[in-house]
Design a protein around this ligand. Sequence first.
Ligand SMILES: [Zn+2]
Ligand SMILES: [Zn+2]
Length: 340
Amino acid sequence: MNKPFDYGLADLRMPECAHDGVIVKVLAAALCHSDLDIIEGRRRHQVKFPNTVGHEFTGIIAEKGKGVTHVNIGDHVVCECIIWCGTCKQCRMGFTSLCDNFSELGTMEPGAFAQYTALPGRLVHPAEGLTIEEAALMEPAGNGLHAAETAGILPGDNVVIIGPGPIGILAMQFAASFSPAKLIMIGTRDSRLAFAKQLGATHIININKTNAAEAVMEITGGRGAERIINCATTDVSLETALRITGKNAVIVMEGLSGSGKPVPIMMDDFIVKNFSIVPASGVSTRQYMTAMEMVKNKKVNLTSLVSHKFPLEQMDEVLRTIREDRDKAMKILILPNGSV
Ligand SMILES: [Zn+2]
Ligand SMILES: [Zn+2]
């Protein structure tokens, strides 16, 4: 990409491999909604141009520096996209996605919609036991895990997920592993709600057809939701979350709305119900490791999220699909080195 809306295939020089770095031959890179935001100019301030987009990916080690000893040439690896330093306070505390010296592949550094990409060796993990599809989706999986962990679900809680997009579906699957009593998905598209049901939702509510607050109260016997994970990117989703909140509830905010508009909160409701609103964004190294274990052990299904695969040459088709076929386009994989 040269700038928003200005992209194409280009022959670039092979990236150089640092002493502590690796070159990954990209086998599959998933399109994320934030990539679309970059392509359409909604994230201009955080992106260095010209650049190569793509931050959710997997591949094999094509080259490695002498300082990298935990992987070998030819190994299939899961790749983190946040370049964390390992020495700042947040990194030392394990919150690598909050690194003070943060950089990121696909926004600030060249990313994965390319045949080869360079990254620090510490960001790659052997993908043994994972398929290429699963390994490519480990970053969104980690986001789903982060949201479910942040909710602090206790067995028997009534859990609501708002927004059956890829992150919402993943957060729902991770939430299921905490044994909630009810696992309710709220959304606007019947096809995606049906998909959520297939993957473990106990109840689905189409907010365009049903009064969500009444439905949740009925399903939960008047208790309301104790854990709400909001993965929708609209202001109305937070309003919905506030209407279905039970006592001692936690509302986790996963997606950005980008609207810039405030959403009012009833002060007395907040205090009487004693609920909290907490954010969850980014994936720490520890969360990658946990998500990988859970996917390997079949606790979470990533494969069924893959709706399309395209070669890198068909980027126009990728963008047409995500814009015009949103019901069907769940996760689109781009294959820069041919079919996998
Ligand atoms: Zn992403
Ligand atoms: Zn750091």
